[in-house]
Design a binder for this molecule. Structure first.
Ligand code: CTP
Length: 131
């Protein structure tokens, strides 16, 4: 059984998120998703996500392509999460290209092309402009 792991905020869940998750799942038998905590996002991006961590996790848990969801508490713990979930493959969008190559001693690392023209940030901008 091949386990694939991926990480992200997945705020304002959109089709770019769905595409990377379905493609990641197709690369193995089981997909585990680490959802970055609200605290981690405040630290990383200087603002809290629109949807809180419970809701972001709940949306992912109900997707057909996702088998398991956990809370990512720190960017520094990726190697621990890979070991804990026995992941064979780490998948990230290519906005992260090269950033996780050091983990290739633990599992295979693959960067998939992002879906063009959509991001949480761009959705937020569109909604703000329409106010
Ligand atoms: N992703 C993707 N295609 C997009 C947007 C995101 O493949 N158009 C992928 C990212 O590469 C990442 C995962 O989805 O592997 C989660 O990304 P996340 O940062 O939560 O979403 P973004 O829309 O990129 O959020 P933001 O605008 O806040 O950076």
């Amino acid at each position: 059984m091949k386990t694939v792991i991926t990480f992200g905020t997945f705020d304002l869940f959109h089709v770019g998120h769905l595409n990377i998750l379905t493609r990641a799942r197709q690369l193995g038998d089981r997909l585990v998703v680490g959802v970055s905590s609200d605290a981690l996002n405040i630290h990383k991006k200087g603002r809290a996500p629109v949807y809180d961590q419970q809701d972001r996790m709940h949306i992912l848990e109900e997707l057909k392509c996702v088998n398991e969801v956990f809370l990512e508490e720190s960017l520094e713990f990726k190697s621990d999460y890979i070991r804990t979930f026995n992941a064979d493959l780490l998948v990230m969008g290519d906005d992260w290209a090269g950033r996780f190559d050091s983990l290739s001693c633990l599992c295979e690392v693959m960067y998939l092309p992002r879906t063009p023209s959509i991001s949480t940030t761009s959705v937020l901008e569109i909604v703000k402009r329409q106010k």
